[in-house]
Design a protein around this ligand. Structure first.
Ligand code: ADP
Ligand code: MG
Length: 224
């Protein structure tokens, strides 16, 4: 099994107080290598909470997460940082590109914590990806000089730069117009297929969801 979540529960606040908000309750999920899954659900149902747990940006109150057979819920802070930098790529609703850096600098930035310096291989990989998503010509421009769709494509390239095994995308088309949303959905779909990356995407878009292998609905703290 590539990724396995076992009986994950997560709430916010003090469990002994009345304002405690239970979000996930005994949630299970299994993802296969190269599998693409969509997670749908109303606002506030816990989709981002779930992605944050898989992305090890937050810890569950109970339950276990296994990545390729290893229990990541028991990792130290250092192991977690390593895991995130090497195995995961993140795409958010807003691109979160650094405004003062060019597109080229933005996509190569995540290499630094892993490799210390950006080598020839990383630059070639970046060029390959940028050409593939059609923004190579814009590489010396800054995010403010790019369209929303181009920024989001840049964010996808950045997520792939360290050749992760799993991409986590939280409403990646949420801020795009319809045509750009369709384009980005196709891009995510094709890139993950070509590069053999598993994909978990939270989305309201039926267009994007329909391109995934499986669609789950987050409801009452579990996936259905
Ligand atoms: N850091 C936090 N502290 C307290 N409550 C939170 C926090 N993050 C999320 N919540 C609450 O948890 C619920 C699920 O949030 P979230 O995972 O962001 O849902 P979704 O992404 O599906 O819209 C919401 O009711 C939200 O208000
Ligand atoms: Mg959310």
């Amino acid at each position: 099994m590539f990724l396995q979540l076992k009986s994950i529960s997560k709430g916010y606040g003090d469990p002994s107080k009345s304002n405690f908000r239970k979000v996930l309750e005994g949630l299970n999920l299994e993802v296969l290598t190269n599998q693409k899954i969509a997670i749908a659900g109303p606002s506030g149902s816990g989709k981002t909470t779930l992605l944050n747990l898989i992305g090890t940006l937050d810890q569950p109150d109970s339950g276990e997460i296994f990545f390729k057979g290893k229990k990541i819920t028991g990792y130290s802070q250092e192991e977690l940082a390593n895991f995130r930098n090497r195995e995961l790529g993140f795409v958010f609703q807003m691109h979160h590109l650094l405004p003062q850096c060019t597109l080229w600098e933005n996509v190569l930035l995540p290499v630094l914590p892993v490799k210390k310096v950006v080598g020839k291989a990383e630059k070639e990989w970046a060029e390959h990806l940028l050409r593939k998503v059609g923004i190579w010509e814009q590489r010396n421009q800054k995010p403010s000089e790019l369209s929303g769709g181009e920024c989001q494509r840049t964010a996808v390239v950045r997520a792939l730069i360290n050749k992760p095994q799993l991409i986590l995308a939280d409403e990646p088309t949420g801020a795009l117009d319809e045509q750009n949303a369709v384009n980005l959905a196709e891009l995510l779909n094709h890139l993950s297929g070509d590069e053999g990356v598993s994909l978990i995407v939270v989305t309201h878009s039926s267009e994007l969801a329909s391109q995934m292998d499986q669609v789950y609905h987050l409801k009452n703290g579990i996936l259905q």
